[in-house]
Design a protein around this ligand. Structure first.
Ligand SMILES: NC(=O)c1ccc[n+]([C@@H]2O[C@H](COP(=O)([O-])OP(=O)(O)OC[C@H]3O[C@@H](n4cnc5c(N)ncnc54)[C@H](O)[C@@H]3O)[C@@H](O)[C@H]2O)c1
Length: 264
């Protein structure tokens, strides 16, 4: 058995610092991606907010120092490869872009299936491939994808989204296995329910919105900035021995089955 002794005392005060590191946040124009970008920059990284919506990415970039904007539609695989070449040595890749069509399986069209899989799974694969290669060559990097509580627990009307999120977790685990020997870590974050444009349809229905709030141990929805701590953790040396993991930031949703609260 081998152990690795630290050669000098660990700088715990700087454990989460990202000074001198370059990050790309795909989906950085809004929602969880914007907050992730702001949090990474606040810890010293230079952050590129890459988004299909350039105006939104520019708005994110205008909110703090250390941020810039880049137009990228990840449905265009060649553009993903170009971005990996254009954006130089990237240490941290975060991707949040995803979509959902909330319909039961028997009502789903093939076009809707393809659309959800193309963004949630295929584009994630293209990003890991494009950015992971350079990271492996340089011998360091952290890749962070966004799965969901739906990767492990389902409800009617979320089947295809759930399948893509479970697929993303397995893709990330395999990437962790394959890139680990080259010093690249790959993890996913599984949010619960977060108030962003992606969930506007749910929050517009008071009963649905309240039921979701009640399901978590904390009894409420999450704000998008409440995911940012997990992103900084997984990007930084604070998680230097964490790879292939799925970090739940779900307010306790997946810990509780939610059928019934017995009387005390
Ligand atoms: N919001 C939630 O409740 C929730 C819950 C569980 C998991 N998640 C996951 O977290 C991640 C982030 O969710 P969110 O709510 O912040 O999403 P969002 O829809 O608010 O933001 C997604 C961002 O991605 C960008 N984008 C969309 N398509 C793109 C494309 N083809 N190329 C480049 N950029 C594109 C959008 O312009 C937007 O800025 C997603 O993977 C989502 O599945 C969210």
């Amino acid at each position: 058995m081998t152990t690795q002794e630290p050669t000098q005392p660990t700088d715990y005060a700087g454990l989460f610092r990202l000074d001198g590191r370059r990050a790309v946040v795909v989906g950085g124009g809004g929602g969880i991606g914007r907050e992730s970008a702001l949090a990474l920059a606040a810890h010293g990284a230079h952050v590129v907010c890459a988004d299909r919506d350039l105006k939104a990415a520019e708005e994110s970039a205008s909110l703090a120092p250390g941020l810039s904007a880049y137009a990228l539609d990840v449905l265009d695989a060649e553009a993903v490869d170009r971005a990996a070449a254009d954006l130089g040595p990237v240490d941290i890749l975060v991707f949040t872009a995803a979509t959902n069509v909330r319909k039961r399986l028997l009502d789903y069209t093939s076009e809707e299936f393809d659309r959800v899989v193309a963004l949630n799974l295929r584009a994630s694969f293209d990003l890991v491939r494009a950015f992971g290669r350079g990271m492996a060559e340089r011998g360091r990097g952290s890749i962070i994808g966004f799965s969901s509580i739906r990767a492990v627990t389902v409800e009617p009307g979320q089947g295809v989204y759930a399948a893509t999120k479970a697929g993303l977790v397995q893709l990330a685990r395999t990437a962790a296995a394959e890139l680990g020997p080259s010093g690249v870590r790959v993890n996913t974050i599984a949010p619960g329910v977060v108030a962003t444009p992606l969930t506007a349809q749910i929050r517009a229905v008071p009963e649905w919105s309240a039921a979701y709030a009640d399901k978590s141990a904390l009894g409420r929805w999450s704000r998008p900035d409440e995911l940012a701590g997990a992103v900084v953790y997984l990007a930084s040396d604070a998680s230097s021995f964490v790879t292939g993991s799925q970090l739940f930031v779900d307010g306790g949703w997946t810990a509780i089955d939610g059928r019934y609260t017995p009387p005390s």
